[in-house]
Design a protein around this ligand. Structure first.
Ligand SMILES: Cc1ncc(COP(=O)(O)O)c(C=O)c1O
Length: 482
């Protein structure tokens, strides 16, 4: 939060921007919400956006863009090959990440695809702090094995550990000596660890892991999709970073890695993605694959307008006022909820607020998807959509058995610079009401279950008539309010 004091009232997070383009929202009456939710198979991904009041599904591709980004998009250079927009972005990445080589790709998962295609052999391991859904899906598709070596503290929803996204160095060393270097394709570190509550990794941990990779001749890969939030946490929570500028911290991070990839839908508030390389040999190999899957290497499947927006977005992600907005709103919303006893992931991380649904709904077992149940309930009573991050987001194993997640979370993403504090207060009000009425919420079961990334397209139904009872209670308590 910028150092601006309030004298007559308690401080609240203060935006260092003003809103100049707006989009109208509607909140459907509750009976219509019931109908569209049923049609969407109780899956927030299958709701139409026009039926959603506050879209907290994700921060991906829905962050607010700046006036500078929109202006730059108008001056993009359209060319199949050699676009000036590409060279501007390449130069900006060289300046900020300090890596010479860059290949654009249409989004983050496309980079994961190319990485696995090239560096992963069947049966090889990819040690990491924590998986992201698409990263794991690509690793499994190539018959690789994900090995999560997260600090134990990272698995605890409530903790006072400032960097719950860190890799446990002892586990990493033991793993390498047990399996041997050749069994490992590369080591993956994810900034702002998405699936465990947007929890950051420390600069120190990134550097220590780099040393271990170097000692063992292992390729070290960074998923920088959530770098902006992570930079804010390093700057505010990690002692040696407190006196460093954001570009300095960024450079220290990047100096550790062989390859950095990112989803620009997150990092630069635009669309697109890309990969930066320290070594020419890696760059040449990936560049050869790009025309096959993405497009020519100076557009990589991205519109040149978005490439212009990426360049400006990257530059803006070096501004502390800009990158603090997400985390300070998330912290405030988390505080408002924890103060009233709602179980939340703490410390508050990046990306969004995370409700700990195993504690919110202790009576709903993991195989009835408590995170998804709270997500549905919240849509019904508030028109807000979030994403389950728990057992539903896991796919079944190779024998068809369910894999229970270590945490059952509902993530309410706060796309950067999109929501106002009054909208946050509305969301808090409805979550508090749901928490008071949590006994009414029951579980869900699949009616259609895809085999891969089932949370995207799967359809579910409530077990029993709990949704009718919840809606009845809502009407009793809220009268004619939407
Ligand atoms: C940490 C992380 N890595 C990779 C991705 C995939 O990026 P994209 O959605 O652009 O494919 C995401 C997207 O949410 C992410 O959060």
């Amino acid at each position: 939060m910028p150092p601006i004091k309030f004298v007559k009232s308690p401080s609240v997070p203060l935006e260092m921007h003003k809103v100049r383009i707006v989009q109208k929202l509607t909140l459907l009456p509750i009976d219509e919400r019931v109908a569209v939710n049923r049609e969407a198979g109780n899956n927030a991904h299958l709701l139409k956006n026009e039926h959603v009041f506050l879209d907290m599904l994700t921060d991906s591709g829905v962050n607010a863009m700046s006036d500078r980004q929109l202006a730059a998009m108008m001056a993009a250079d359209d060319a199949y090959a050699g676009s000036a927009s590409f060279y501007k972005l390449e130069k900006k990445l060289q300046e900020i990440f300090g890596m010479e080589y860059f290949v654009p790709a249409h989004q983050g998962r496309a980079c994961e695809h190319l990485l696995c295609e090239l560096y992963l052999k069947p049966g090889q391991f990819v040690p990491m702090n924590h998986h992201f859904t698409t990263a794991r899906a690509h690793i499994l598709k190539k018959e690789g094995i994900v090995e999560e070596l997260l600090l134990e503290e990272g698995w605890k929803p409530q903790s006072d550990c400032a960097f719950k996204g860190n890799i446990d160095l002892h586990k990493l060393r033991a793993f390498i000596s047990e399996k041997g270097r050749d069994a490992i394709a590369f080591v993956r570190m994810e900034a702002g660890t998405n699936l465990i509550g947007g929890q950051p990794v420390s600069l120190e941990n990134i550097q220590d892991v780099a040393q271990i990779c170097k000692e063992n001749g292992l390729k070290y890969v960074f998923d920088a999709s959530l770098l902006a939030d992570n930079l804010y946490f390093m700057k505010t929570r990690e002692e040696p970073c407190k006196n460093m500028s954001i570009p300095d911290i960024t450079r220290r991070i990047c100096d550790c890695f062989d390859i950095i990839y990112f989803s620009a839908r997150k990092l630069t508030c635009s669309r697109g993605g890309g990969m930066c390389f320290r070594h020419e040999s890696d760059y040449t190999k990936i560049r050869e694959l790009t025309p096959l899957y993405e497009g020519f290497s100076t557009y990589g499947g991205i519109s040149v307008r978005e490439i212009e927006a990426m360049t400006i977005g990257l530059e803006e992600s070096m501004d502390e006022d800009m990158i603090s907005q997400g985390p300070i709103f998330i912290e405030e919303m988390t505080r408002l909820l924890t103060d009233k006893g709602v179980p939340m992931v703490t410390p508050a991380g990046g990306l969004g607020v995370h409700i700990d649904c195993s504690q919110f709904l202790p009576h709903v077992p993991p195989l009835q998807y408590p995170g998804a149940a709270v997500a549905c309930a919240l849509y019904l009573v508030a028109g807000i959509r979030g994403t389950e991050r728990g057992t539903l987001s896991e796919d079944r194993d190779e024998n068809g058995n369910e894999v229970t997640a270590k945490m059952e979370l509902l993530r309410l993403a706060l796309p950067r610079r999109v929501f106002t504090l009054s909208q946050i207060h509305y969301a808090v009000d409805r979550i508090l009401w749901l928490h008071e009425n949590r006994e009414l919420i029951g579980g869900l079961q699949f009616t259609q279950e895809p085999s891969v990334l089932r949370f995207f397209f799967g359809k579910l139904e409530p077990i029993g008539d709990w949704q009718d009872k919840l809606v009845e209670k809502f009407k009793e308590d809220f009268g004619d309010s939407l």
